[in-house]
Design a protein around this ligand. Structure first.
Ligand code: GDP
Ligand code: MG
Length: 213
């Protein structure tokens, strides 16, 4: 298994809240984030496997995405899973709203990720929980409320989407993830090495954002 980047899509996501409107092109900070997509088999993880390039809140972020099938998870638990988790800056945990078992495994996954990542730093790990296949409402067995409550109790973001039906769902997820990744956790895109400048630019953007609230 390796990095899978079969498709490249670019999108600019404009949030509803005017205070979060993106800063125009040339000023955008180019950054990279490693995302691990985890979840049971057949929940729709593959729909999230794109190299997303998103401009969020003045930061242009290229997401490198790695999808971990659950079966593979079990086959080589231990060091390789640990390595993948260490590689990732942020996590998307997908379940299907039609598959109770895929939902039930999430608390353990989150616990495992937090144990592996938070031991090293005091920062919260950016994790977004995604209830997928929202379009299949007749087959729904996990309510939106259950999903939202679980995410709240685990301090994770939450979205319900139909990843296969609408690309917008995946965009929302990556936007939510970006909001949870502090600037300090993002690696600068290769070739951009002026860390000091980026830090001070982030400070300016942060101030702008506060000013406009
Ligand atoms: P993975 O095993 O988690 O990677 O799951 P896949 O991405 O291969 O998806 C499994 C199946 O679910 C495929 O047949 C997809 O077309 C289907 N699927 C994925 N997302 C959705 C969705 O939002 N709605 C519906 N109805 N089907 C979906
Ligand atoms: Mg897959």
């Amino acid at each position: 298994m390796g990095l899978r980047l079969p498709l490249r899509r670019s999108a600019s996501f404009t949030p509803d809240h005017p205070a979060l409107l993106e800063v125009p092109g040339p000023a955008a900070l180019k950054m990279e984030a490693n995302v691990l997509v985890m979840g049971a088999d057949n929940v729709g993880k593959s729909e999230f496997i794109y190299s997303h390039n998103l401009t969020v809140d003045g930061r242009e972020i290229l997401f490198h995405i790695w999808d971990v099938p659950c079966s593979q998870d079990q086959a080589d638990q231990g060091s390789s899973e640990e390595k993948r988790i260490q590689w990732a800056d942020s996590f998307v945990l997908v379940y299907s709203i039609c598959d109770r078992a895929s939902f039930n495994i999430l608390p353990l996954k989150v616990q495992f990720i937090k144990a592996a990542k938070e031991g090293l730093s005091q920062e919260k790990v950016p994790i977004v929980i995604v209830g997928n296949k929202r379009d299949l409402h007749h087959q729904r067995v996990v309510s939106s409320e259950e999903g939202r409550l679980l995410a709240l109790s685990l301090d994770c973001g939450f979205y319900e989407v139909s990843a296969a039906e609408a690309y917008h769902g995946a965009l929302m997820v990556f936007h939510g993830l970006a909001e949870r990744i502090p600037d300090t956790r993002l690696a600068l895109k290769k070739g951009t090495r002026i860390r000091g400048i980026v830090k001070s630019m982030s400070a300016v953007f942060a101030r702008k954002r506060t000013d406009s609230l």
